[in-house]
Design a protein around this ligand. Structure first.
Ligand SMILES: *Cc1c(COP(=O)(O)O)cnc(C)c1O
Length: 496
C-alpha cells in the first residue's frame, strides 16, 4: 500500500509516511486507495478481541509490516489499559452508547494510538534502514503531549520533546507533563495558544535549514502529532470494534447504520471514523462536535473555513483549536483528490487565514457530516443532567459531544420524524482528568485543588480513580522552561 501527499507529488510506503510524518511539500499523507473490509472479514472479526481486530485493520494499510509482529505490538500496547478492554462500549439509554477511550495510561483517547506509534515508528525505521536518532517534536493542546511522552519514554533511539501553550492546558494536564519521567524526554511551555505551538513545530519541520542542522548532529525529525498517519491508523480500529460490539451484544443487525458523535479539535478522531466508513463500515452520520471555538461548525454550514476569529479558552482545552490540521485530508477527498487545489487552499489558509470549498463539495460533505457546537453553560447542564438521570459521569469534552449529539437527534426527529440510528458518542477523557470542571458541573461546587476535586468526584460517583492520576500528587516537577514561539528551535538544539 502506498501513500500520497494531499498536496500532490509525493508517493511513499506506509513506513515512510509514518517516519517522515509530513510530506515534503507540507501535505499530509493519505492512502492511495482505501482498503476494503470484506463480509467474511466482518464475520471473522466478531469473535476477535480488540488487538486482533485492530491488527486486521492496521495491516491493510501497513502491509509491509509483519502481521505477527504487529499483533504482538498491539497486544502489548493495549495491555497497558485498565480492565482488559481498551475500548468498551457502554449503553446509557436506548439507542445511545458511549465508546470509552480513556482507560489508557494517561486517561485520554490519545493513548489508543500513542501506545502503538512507538512500534510503528521503530519498525518503520528498521524497514527503511534508517540509523539516525529520531527526534519526535510534539505540539500539544494538552492530552497528546502526555500520551506521547508516556508512549515514547525510554524508547531506544528516540528522543521526544513536547511544546504546550503556557496558558492553554488544564492544571492536571500540565502536572502530568511536567512530572514526566524518562531519560529521553523534554517538555517546554510556549507563550501563546495551541495554534502558536503547532505553527512553531510545523515551521521547524518545513525548514530545510533546521533539518540540515539536525541531520549534521545525526538526528532526524519525526512527528507524533495527529497529522501522522501512524496516529490515524489505530484510531480507525475502534470504530470497527464499537460496531462489532453492537452486533455481538444483539443491539443491531450486521449492516445496520450507526451514527457517531465525536468531540473534535484537530479533526483526527472523526477523520478516522470517516476512513472506517470508506473501508466499508456501515456508518450513518458523523456528528462533529465543537465547543465555543466553532470554526468547524461554521465550515460545515457555509463551506468557508475562517480561522481569523477570537480564540476562546474553554473547559474542553483539547478542543480549543482554530486550525484543524486533519481537515486537509477531508477536503482533499471531497475535492476529488485534487492535490493542486488542496495545496492552493492550504496556502490561502496559511496566508489569509481562510479558504472556501465549492457548493457541490459542501453539499457532499453535508451528506456525511453534521456539525454543531455548544456553549460552556449548555455543556455543564448536559453533564449534570446525564449524571442525575443515568448516573453516568462524563468529562467536559464528552459533555460537548453529548450535547451536540442530543441536538442532532432532536433535529432529525423534528425534521423527518424518523426512527433514529443508534448513536455512539465517543468519550475521549476520564472525568478525573478535568476534576474541577467536572465537579462543578455535577454539584455546582468549586474546589481550588485538583486532588480535592478527584476525591469529591470519587465520593459522589464511586467511579474508580485511575492510579496514574493518584500518583501525580507525589511526583516532583521536572520541567519548568517557558519560551516565546521564536525560541522553540533553539530549545530543540539545546536538548539534543
Ligand atoms: C485530542 C482530544 C480531542 C480532540 O480530538 P481531535 O482528534 O484533535 O479532533 C477531544 N477530546 C479530548 C479529551 C482530547 O484529548
Amino acid at each position: 500500500m502506498y501513500f500520497i501527499s494531499t498536496r500532490g507529488g509525493e508517493r511513499v510506503t506506509g513506513a515512510q509516511a509514518i517516519v517522515q510524518g509530513i510530506a515534503k511539500n507540507g501535505g499530509l499523507f493519505v492512502p492511495e486507495t482505501f482498503p476494503k473490509v470484506s463480509a467474511d472479514e466482518f464475520e471473522a472479526m466478531l469473535s476477535m478481541d480488540y488487538p486482533e481486530r485492530a491488527s486486521l485493520i492496521l495491516h491493510k494499510y501497513l502491509d509491509e509490516y509483519d502481521e505477527g509482529e504487529l499483533l504482538s505490538a498491539l497486544q502489548e500496547a493495549y495491555q497497558k489499559f485498565d480492565d482488559g478492554d481498551p475500548a468498551p462500549l457502554v449503553k446509557v439509554e436506548n439507542g445511545m452508547y458511549m465508546l470509552e477511550l480513556f482507560h489508557g495510561p494517561t486517561c485520554a483517547f490519545k493513548d489508543m494510538a500513542l501506545t502503538v506509534l512507538p512500534f510503528l515508528l521503530r519498525k518503520g525505521c528498521d524497514l527503511l534502514g534508517i540509523k539516525e536518532e529520531i527526534l519526535i517534536l510534539v505540539a500539544t493542546s494538552g492530552d497528546t503531549g502526555k500520551a506521547a511522552l508516556e508512549g515514547f519514554k525510554d524508547a531506544e533511539g528516540v528522543k521526544i520533546m513536547v511544546f504546550y501553550p503556557d496558558d492553554g492546558v488544564s492544571k492536571m494536564q500540565k502536572l502530568q507533563m511536567c512530572t514526566q519521567d524518562g531519560e529521553n524526554v523534554n517538555v517546554v511551555a510556549v507563550k501563546g495558544n495551541f495554534d502558536d505551538c503547532q505553527t512553531g513545530v510545523k515551521k521547524i519541520f518545513n525548514s530545510e535549514e533546521c533539518n540540515a542542522q539536525l541531520l549534521e548532529k545525526g538526528v532526524r525529525l519525526s512527528s507524533a502529532n495527529s497529522i501522522n498517519f501512524g496516529r490515524l491508523a489505530p484510531q480507525i480500529a475502534y470504530y470497527f470494534s464499537a460496531y462489532l460490539d453492537l452486533v455481538t451484544s444483539g443491539q443491531i443487525e450486521m449492516g445496520a447504520p450507526v451514527d457517531f458523535t465525536v468531540p473534535t479539535g484537530n479533526f483526527g478522531n472523526i477523520l478516522a471514523a470517516y476512513y472506517a466508513k470508506q473501508m466499508g463500515l456501515p456508518v450513518g452520520k458523523l456528528v462533529c462536535a465543537s465547543n465555543k471555538n466553532n470554526v468547524l461548525t461554521d465550515f460545515f454550514a457555509r463551506g468557508r473555513y475562517d480561522s481569523k476569529r477570537p480564540f476562546y479558552r474553554t473547559m474542553s482545552p483539547s478542543m480549543d483549536i482554530l486550525v484543524s490540521s486533519n481537515l486537509e485530508r477531508l477536503i482533499f477527498e471531497f475535492s476529488g483528490r485534487d492535490g493542486e487545489l488542496t495545496a492552493q487552499r492550504m496556502k490561502k489558509l496559511a496566508g489569509e487565514g481562510r479558504y472556501e470549498v465549492s457548493a457541490s463539495e459542501l453539499s457532499k460533505m453535508k451528506q456525511e457530516f453534521y456539525a454543531g457546537f455548544t456553549s460552556e453553560d449548555d455543556t455543564i447542564e448536559c453533564m449534570y443532567e446525564f449524571f442525575t438521570e443515568y448516573g453516568y459521569p462524563m468529562d467536559t469534552h464528552t459533555g460537548v459531544a453529548m450535547n451536540v449529539a442530543m441536538n442532532y437527534q432532536k433535529e432529525v426527529q423534528e425534521e423527518f420524524g424518523a426512527e433514529e440510528h443508534p448513536m455512539v458518542v465517543v468519550s475521549t477523557a476520564s472525568p478525573y482528568k478535568f476534576p474541577q470542571d467536572v465537579l462543578y458541573a455535577l454539584t455546582g461546587n468549586d474546589v481550588k485543588d485538583s486532588f480535592k476535586g478527584i476525591k469529591r468526584i470519587n465520593l459522589l460517583t464511586a467511579m474508580k480513580v485511575p492510579e496514574s492520576l493518584k500518583a501525580l500528587r507525589y511526583k516532583a516537577l521536572r520541567f519548568k522552561t517557558s519560551v516565546t514561539a521564536d525560541k522553540m528551535f533553539s530549545e530543540v538544539l539545546k536538548f539534543i
